[in-house]
Structures are given as structure tokens and as C-alpha cells.
Design a protein around this ligand. Structure first.
Ligand SMILES: [Fe+2]
Length: 373
């Protein structure tokens, strides 16, 4: 199962997976107290000063672990399961879990009850797992009090404060609005606030009142959209990953500008983030050739974003809420007929690291170790 020479350790698992480890990597990760503080796990040795040509002198397998000795005299051991996880997950997880891309045919929508989320860690972990897998979760039974949303978000982590505060009212009114979301206008599929840095990671939307006609909610899996664009026209997909697009917001108190591609790839080449925000998009004055390619690519993406085949629709009732991954999903609503009644939502944002942290803390507390997904 293991073999080594002075320049590498090779571990081969029974399922055929194998990986080669560098001696210095094994040395600098060592959990021995001479290398890392026992309380914090922070390294206390300046690893850049260790010899680059450090040799691996011994490697012995014992009881699911491998014991190592190095040419500088250091000794340490690793569980083979831990080495496997390191080899399989070269980059840090955002949320832990494989993504399931979906379209309008999605069955078994991720529904959760607020009382369970607030009282039961396993229920809360299941919700964060749904966010990892599907990018959204629907929540019922939250109540219609102004503080009910905070009871839920307080179970996960601190909110992201913006110039609009933390939990903001989205009341639909005919005049004196700062943002079109506060009118009765339909909102096309979009991510929230791509003009912020960093962009809001997750959106929580809670319905307190809904007596007006219209205002049906809808969501679209932006990662599925991206893959559809790639399948239809690989050149357009490349254009959308390479073209930096500006997004802009301004009111009396804030001027916000940021940019990014409509489809952003991560360092591993996988889908990392999507952007689509018709109201705020301001593509730079690139050359006509660049813009012709961009406009054609954006048109194809928009067809997929708007396609009923890719869209889930639902009407949010008082006491219901939903959470969306703002780096992955587009959300929107149909027109609200203001003359027919009221619609009052509250919404807030949470940074990505807080949601990810809560999931990992819950996994640790509940001893969930199926990281090898
Ligand atoms: Fe929004």
C-alpha cells in the first residue's frame, strides 16, 4: 500500500486511487509539537528555512497510519485516511459536498421547518448540506414577526452589514424607493449586489405579508446555466469566463462599483461563481470585436437564464423564507400588483465563510466524517 524513496512517498489505496507526496510537504504539515503549537495547530517553524532537498529516510505503515523519518531528524506520522483526503481535496472546501446541478425537473425540493433548524443541529446541518448540493433551501414555519429571521440566522452566523443595514425591509411601494426591488416591478433573474466587494455570499428572504396579487418567486441554477452555455457554444462560454464586466450602484449615501466575469472559474478550473444583473450591469467600452463576441455570448446565457426549462417557481407565503447561494443561483419575482394589497419581505446577507464555517463546525460536533464524497 505504501512505498517510498528519498524523494517521495507513494500511497496506493485498494480502490485504485494513489497519490505521491513530497517529503517537504510531509515534513512541514507535521503535527508534532516541535512543528506546530498544540493548542492552535499553528506552525511555529519557518518552513521556508527547511532544506528544499529534505529526504524521506523511512516510511512504515502501522494500524492505518504511516510513520515517517526525515533527513533533518524529524519524525512524525499521519493517518492514511487523512492523507487520502488531502490528496483528493487539494483546495479548501467552501461548503462540503458535491454539487447537484438542477433544472425545472428537480424533484424533492429542499424544504425545512424553522423550529427544527432552531432546535436541532442535525436539521441545521441538513440545510447547509442542501445549500452545498443545490444552492438553496426553502423554510416553513418561521412566523411573521420582525425578529423571526434573526432567530434563524443567529443559528448560523453573523450577518453581513451593508449600507442598508443588516436585515432590511423590502416593502413594495409606489414611490420614494431607493431600489427597483421596492417597487411593484417584476425583477428579472439576478444575483444580488454584484457591485459589492465581496459580493453577498448567501441571501435570506423572509415573507411577513403577502396580500397583493403577483410577486411569485423564481430561482435558476446558474451553474446549470453555465454548463448549458458551454454545451451550446464553447467559444461563448470562454468569452463569458474571460470578459470582465462592471456593475454599478449609486444612491445618496453610497456609490458601489465592482467587476467580474458573468461566469467565473475557480483555481481548479471548475465553476466558482456566476453573475447576471441586468439592472446594474455596465460592460466597459471594449473594442467592437470584443463586444460583439460578448453580446452574442450574453444573449445565449440570457436565453438559458430566462428559460422556463431551467426555472423553479414558488409563491412565498407569510412565515416562509428561502436561502440562496448568491454565487450560484439567480433569483427574481414576477410583477406585484400594488393596488391589490401589500407585500412585505425582510432580507439579509451572510458571508460565505460564515455559512461554510457553521457546516464544518456541525460536522465536527456531530462526528460526520464522510468527507470522501
Ligand atoms: Fe435580489
Amino acid at each position: 500500500m505504501i512505498s517510498h524513496n528519498k524523494n517521495e512517498l507513494t500511497v496506493a489505496w485498494p480502490d485504485g486511487f494513489s497519490h505521491r507526496f513530497h517529503p517537504l510537504w510531509l515534513r512541514e504539515r507535521s503535527f508534532e509539537e516541535s512543528n506546530k503549537d498544540a493548542t492552535t495547530g499553528h506552525r511555529v517553524v519557518e518552513v521556508a528555512s527547511l532544506p528544499v532537498d529534505l529526504a524521506l529516510e523511512e516510511a512504515r505503515e502501522r494500524n492505518g497510519s504511516v510513520q515517517l523519518a526525515f533527513s533533518d531528524g524529524h519524525r512524525c506520522s499521519y493517518r492514511l485516511d487523512d492523507l487520502r483526503n488531502e490528496a483528493k481535496h487539494l483546495l479548501p472546501d467552501d461548503l462540503v459536498g458535491a454539487k447537484h446541478l438542477w433544472d425545472a425537473t428537480l424533484e424533492n425540493w429542499p424544504r425545512h421547518e424553522a423550529s427544527a433548524l432552531i432546535e436541532d443541529d442535525r436539521a441545521l446541518l441538513a440545510m447547509t448540506d442542501d445549500l452545498a448540493r443545490l444552492g438553496f433551501a426553502l423554510i416553513g414555519g418561521l412566523g411573521t414577526g420582525g425578529d423571526d429571521l434573526a432567530r434563524l440566522t443567529g443559528r448560523i452566523g453573523p450577518l453581513r452589514a451593508t449600507n442598508w443595514g443588516t436585515i432590511a425591509d423590502v416593502k413594495n411601494i409606489a414611490e420614494a424607493y431607493d431600489d427597483l426591488s421596492m417597487t411593484g416591478r417584476a425583477l428579472e433573474p439576478h444575483v444580488d449586489n454584484p457591485y459589492r466587494l465581496p459580493g453577498p455570499g448567501y441571501i435570506f428572504l423572509h415573507c411577513l405579508e403577502s396580500t397583493a396579487q403577483g410577486g411569485e418567486s423564481f430561482i435558476v441554477d446558474g451553474f446549470h446555466v453555465a454548463r448549458r452555455v458551454q454545451a451550446r457554444d464553447p467559444d461563448s462560454f470562454d468569452t463569458l469566463t474571460r470578459t470582465q464586466v462592471g456593475f454599478h450602484y449609486a444612491d445618496a449615501d453610497a456609490i458601489l462599483d465592482h467587476c467580474g466575469p458573468l461566469i467565473e472559474l475557480g483555481p481548479d478550473g471548475g465553476l466558482h461563481r456566476v453573475r447576471f444583473h441586468n439592472r446594474a450591469e455596465q460592460v466597459p467600452a471594449y473594442s467592437p470585436e470584443q463586444l460583439t463576441a460578448y453580446y452574442e455570448a450574453r444573449r445565449i446565457m440570457a436565453e438559458e437564464v430566462w428559460s422556463p426549462d431551467n426555472t423553479l417557481r414558488f409563491s412565498l407565503k407569510p412565515g416562509e423564507a428561502y436561502v440562496v447561494d448568491n454565487y450560484r443561483l439567480f433569483h427574481g419575482r414576477t410583477e406585484i400588483r400594488l393596488a391589490t394589497g401589500n407585500r412585505h419581505l425582510r432580507q439579509c446577507y451572510m458571508d460565505r465563510d460564515m455559512v461554510s464555517s457553521r457546516q464544518k463546525i456541525l460536522r465536527r460536533a456531530l462526528n460526520v466524517t464522510n468527507k470522501d464524497y
